[in-house]
Design a binder for this molecule. Sequence first.
Ligand code: ATP
Ligand code: MG
Length: 277
Amino acid sequence: MSDHLDKKEQMQQRHEIIKERLQKIKYKVVIMSGKGGVGKTTVAVNLAIKLAALGKTVGILDVDITGPNVPLMLNMEGMRPEINTDTKTFRPVIGPMNLRVMSMAFLLESNETPVIWRGPMKMGAIRQFLAEAEWGELDYLVFDLPPGTSDETLDIMQLIEGAGIVVVTTPQDVALLDSRKTVNMAKTMGRHMLGIVENMAGYVCPHCGESVNIFGIGGGEKAAEALKVPFLGRIPFEVDVRIHSDEGLPFIIENPNSPSALAFEKIVKKVQNVMES
Ligand SMILES: Nc1ncnc2c1ncn2[C@@H]1O[C@H](COP(=O)(O)OP(=O)(O)OP(=O)(O)O)[C@@H](O)[C@H]1O
Ligand SMILES: [Mg+2]
């Protein structure tokens, strides 16, 4: 019984610490989707980098415990956080544009080491990242979530009050159906929906620049209308975006005049307008 109470007290204490740390962060933006592979991490990394380029102090937390991709997309693989053994806290790793970055990948032996954990262990890791990471004073903390409405997603949504939610989708029906579920989950929990981003909307031919609609186009906007949430914009499918991501070079910096970067700039402005107003 007393063990149980101790555990409860400890959890309560940790919750208070998390609250205190998060209070030092002005704006929290959560990037999520119902479906995998639609571009959440791409959006999260480029949003964080763009905000940092605009002079903001920015952190990014990779909440994808079993498939952490943020370090790869920021060319930070193999880096390690600095641990303070006295205070039992750690400093997030400093990335490009002075981004403060935390990811499960920094704690794994190699990028081929699998994390085979069930929900409660993954939630424990996320709470540890939030309670023990010294983010310091931040303008923005961007959360890159795993796909779906799983335990970690629910947990993070409950923990971070006052966050703005961005739902990423591709234009085809299956992805849209899943994104509807995600929007409804955020709404049910009373969270602030910043809006929907339609990614991979039209393929831009690298040779002639012409756009071909592989997954269709406009579905994200229609879903936003139907769900009565803002539509933040659409990012075309561009081979360069994928190549830069794989090389750990955010496209927003690498190729600032590309159709994707220009579209993305507008999305960042909309996010800023709402968060900073
Ligand atoms: N607009 C785009 N044009 C071209 N490639 C893109 C675009 N957006 C994302 N990609 C590529 O698609 C792949 C999946 O993107 P990403 O990892 O960001 O998706 P995700 O939603 O985070 O996936 P997961 O659900 O696995 O976390 C990556 O290789 C990325 O480079
Ligand atoms: Mg991802």
